[in-house]
Design a protein around this ligand. Structure first.
Ligand SMILES: Cc1cc2nc3c(=O)[nH]c(=O)nc-3n(C[C@H](O)[C@H](O)[C@H](O)COP(=O)(O)OP(=O)(O)OC[C@H]3O[C@@H](n4cnc5c(N)ncnc54)[C@H](O)[C@@H]3O)c2cc1C
Length: 530
């Protein structure tokens, strides 16, 4: 490919008016804010963006977190913006240093310089509630944190069921949580964090329910006992009940093999059920960039392979904080990444912070597997796994086409996971295309990991052997009005599929298609090469 490539975004075909910054930091949590502050102190022209506060319409779609309709109507107003600033000392420092901080702005895609895209070297798609635009940058630090890991149960699609990260954001960052009686599912520090936030906000906690039975000396269990909130270790939620929303939950005791104990069912009144089973690193932007990923169960699952300074396998792109693996010192990683980016830009400070890669093991991955095993034993297969596309566990593992297509043809019924596995290694993307699971507006944020865990459980595969479904830009659902307003130049409109760099799924339409060779003795079908 060269400058005459018709698909190439040369200087004349760049998105109109893309501003340029030396460093863009995505995510203004502990890691991102520390990175932006460190970069500013090195004299680097940095921009720091964060998608919170998100518009109410997106929250209603459970984007970017599983909010479960428990947000007040005021959640995205100016008060939320103020509250977000008040609750983050790092952000306040970033403002004081004069850093260009943009809240309520999401990064929906990153496009590296490729033969088809003359970004310099990176072009980032940004959007707020009303418009979308691009910024180009020399270096990018992704500090996008973590999101909730959900394992479903009968009734988990009802309003009132939500993730722990979403509950913490609504209670602490937005001051806009509307539940009044909460049941917490999960264990460890995450469950305790939700419990403490709820008590501070005056929310009654009905109980904490945990599949595992922690040892007597366990710190989190001791903290739960201290609060006097009923604690049910060795229990599982059997179902959530209610009319339009959650009104109660039935929990059940488990034996050593995670099977339900007859007669141990208990009904608890609650309007909110918080999934505090675990979190997963937010790798979506990194994945769309084709950054090298590794499966690290003690760090939350799939994470970018990083050098000690946060450099990923993609030149000019760094990762810091929870998105680079759970359990690390986020702020220290942010500062390291900023110094590494600064050094690569020819800026060095008086003291380069030491590389921060030490971490404490995170229990999210093993805990989620235990929850799934118990759920399969207690609630079986007729439970929604993908809420957006209404796909049940049974339909997923039976590779059933979407219900709205009508009757399932015999050849589809004959297909199952075992048959697919016989063709080659199982792949979640293939399952997604056959069933639509993960294709809805929440973009798989509620089901991606649980589908992987379910496939591994049913296919008897080792953890991490089935890759997650790939992420694609835009990694946030953008209203058509936002995208439509971003009118592209005529020259840019040509060959846009190549610009999006979906090389594994597209054949360039301006190039001749390869014609498959017919098998010996076979007559090619008309249009077979299309
Ligand atoms: C229960 C619990 C207890 C903990 N206790 C401690 C402790 O005592 N001490 C300690 O050091 N750590 C502790 N941690 C860990 C600490 O909270 C996290 O490691 C830290 O907050 C992670 O910071 P981060 O910047 O990586 O992510 P976050 O703080 O989650 O920030 C990520 C930000 O990125 C934004 N973002 C994501 N994607 C996009 C996008 N596409 N566009 C724009 N913005 C985006 C999000 O809105 C978010 O604000 C604890 C964690 C838990 C769960």
């Amino acid at each position: 490919m060269n400058a005459s490539d018709p698909a190439c975004l040369d200087a004349h075909k760049r998105p109109q008016g893309a501003a340029h910054v030396s460093l863009l930091v995505v995510g203004a949590g502990a890691a991102g804010a520390a990175a932006a502050v460190a970069a500013a102190k090195l004299g680097i022209d940095a921009q720091l963006i964060d998608e919170h506060p998100v518009p109410g319409e997106l929250m209603a779609l459970d984007v970017p977190l599983h909010f479960g309709q428990r947000m007040a109507r005021s959640s995205s107003n100016a008060r939320s913006m103020e509250h977000i600033l008040e609750t983050s000392a790092e952000l306040a420092e970033a403002y004081e240093l004069g850093i260009d901080v943009q809240l309520g702005v999401c990064a929906w895609g990153v496009f590296p310089a490729t033969p088809a895209c003359a970004a310099s070297p990176l072009l980032v798609g940004l959007a707020d509630a009303g418009r979308s635009w691009y910024v180009s940058c020399d270096r990018l630090i992704v500090a996008s944190g973590a999101r909730d890991l959900c394992i479903g149960f009968p009734g988990w699609e009802k309003p009132g069921v939500m993730g722990a990260q979403a509950a913490l954001q609504l209670m602490r960052r937005y001051d806009a949580f509307t539940g009044s009686r909460m049941l917490i599912l999960g264990g460890g520090a995450l469950a305790v964090e939700v419990l403490e936030a709820a008590r501070q906000k005056g929310v009654t906690v009905a109980a904490v329910v945990d599949v595992e039975t922690p040892p007597e000396a366990d710190e989190s269990a001791a903290r739960i006992r201290e609060t006097g909130v009923p604690h049910y270790p060795g229990h599982l939620i059997e179902a959530a009940h209610g009319g339009l929303a959650v009104e109660s939950a039935v929990i059940v005791g488990l034996d050593e093999a995670c099977r339900p104990r007859a007669g141990s069912e208990l009904t608890l009144g609650c309007d909110t059920i918080v999934l505090a089973i675990g979190t997963v690193p937010n790798i979506e932007l990194l994945d769309t960039l084709d950054v090298r990923l590794d499966f690290e169960p003690s760090r939350g699952g799939w994470i970018p392979r990083c050098a000690p300074d946060g450099a990923t396998s993609m030149p000019s792109v760094y990762a810091a904080g929870d998105c680079a693996g759970l359990g690390a010192a986020a702020a220290e990683e942010g500062r390291c990444a900023a110094h590494a980016a600064g050094t690569s830009l020819g800026r060095t400070g008086p003291r380069t912070p030491r590389a921060a890669r030490a971490h404490t093991a995170d229990a999210s991955v093993p805990r989620a597997r235990t929850w799934m095993r118990a759920q399969l034993a207690v609630s079986g297969l007729d439970v929604p796994v993908c809420q957006c596309e209404e796909v049940s566990r049974r339909e997923l593992i039976g590779l059933r086409p979407p219900r709205y297509l009508g009757t399932c043809e015999a050849h589809s019924r004959a297909r199952d996971l075992r048959a697919l596995g016989a063709d080659g290694p199982l792949n979640q993307d293939q399952v997604k295309r056959l069933t639509r699971a993960g294709m809805g507006p929440c973009q798989g944020r509620r089901c991606r990991e649980q589908i992987q865990i379910l496939l591994e459980a049913v296919g008897d595969a080792k953890p991490g052997t089935i890759p997650l479904a790939r992420y694609r830009p835009p990694v946030r659902p953008l209203p058509m009005a936002v995208l439509a307003a971003d009118e592209e130049a005529a020259a840019l409109r040509d060959h846009w599929v190549a610009w999006f760099n979906i090389s594994t799924q597209w054949l360039a339409h301006w190039e001749p298609k390869p014609v498959p060779l017919p098998a010996p003795g076979q007559t090619p079908l008309v249009g077979e090469s299309e």
